[in-house]
Design a protein around this ligand. Structure first.
Ligand code: COA
Length: 194
């Protein structure tokens, strides 16, 4: 938990626009996005130690306080950065790789109740208001535009916009790191979906 939290803090701290270590640190610690992330890490840690009731209470309070819902069952890699307050719902079966970035008003979940949820690779950016739905795989380094509705898998480095989302370009290889995670995610999805 601590390694993940340190990585989350470092990323949020590096992205604050304030100058000066004290102001940057205060801004990071009080930002709803970082608070939701550390609350998720804590509730996941509690869940693993069979303390579900305390975890559930903390999760509910966090949802009310930050407007961000990340259930402890969700798998989230190190260094998750959430900009701004609120409107973020992530399904418990979703998987987020390392160093993903979420803006406000995002849903990452299933298309029908009980259906599969998305797997996001590393360093995926999801723009404000976007919805990523169903048992799809979003390749590492992909960028999802504001208000996009993504219903199909995206290759690594894809920039996708619109409703339903379409790929407008693929980033140059120099702008990507480690698309291999997609293959790994594919394997996980294959296992999960039977
Ligand atoms: C998707 C995004 C990352 C693309 O950025 P980019 O790589 O610089 O791409 P461009 O601006 O060159 O846009 C490429 C094409 O997609 C279109 N486009 C870009 N973003 C779009 C969006 N959110 N919805 C619909 N179309 C979009 C552009 O109009 C352009 O179309 P054209 O080729 O027909 O002119 C960016 O536009 C975006 O939506 N970022 C999210 C930012 C965000 O959520 N901010 C919240 C701050 S609080």
């Amino acid at each position: 938990m601590w390694d993940n939290l340190r990585a989350d803090f470092r990323r949020a701290h590096a992205h604050t626009s304030y100058r000066g270590a004290v102001r940057k640190t205060l801004h990071t610690l009080t930002s709803p996005g970082f608070q939701a992330v550390w609350s998720y890490r804590l509730t996941r840690w509690l869940m693993a130690r069979h303390v579900p009731i305390v975890g559930a209470i903390i999760q509910r309070l966090t949802e009310v306080w930050t407007g961000i819902s990340i259930p402890p069952e969700t798998t989230v890699g190190q260094g998750l950065l959430i900009h701004h307050f609120g409107g973020i719902i992530i399904n418990s079966a979703a998987v987020l790789g390392a160093e993903c970035t979420l803006h406000h008003g995002i849903t990452i979940g299933n298309r029908v109740s009980g259906g599969p949820s998305p797997i996001l690779g590393d360093r995926v950016m999801v723009g404000a208001g976007a919805k990523v739905l169903g048992g799809i795989i979003i390749g590492s380094d992909a960028e999802i535009g504001a208000n996009a509705i993504v219903l199909k898998s995206l290759p690594p480095g894809a920039v996708a916009v619109g409703m339903p989302a379409r790929v407008v370009r693929i980033k140059a290889a120099s702008q990507m790191v480690g698309p291999a995670l997609v293959a790994a995610a594919d394997a996980v999805a294959g296992e999960r979906d039977g």
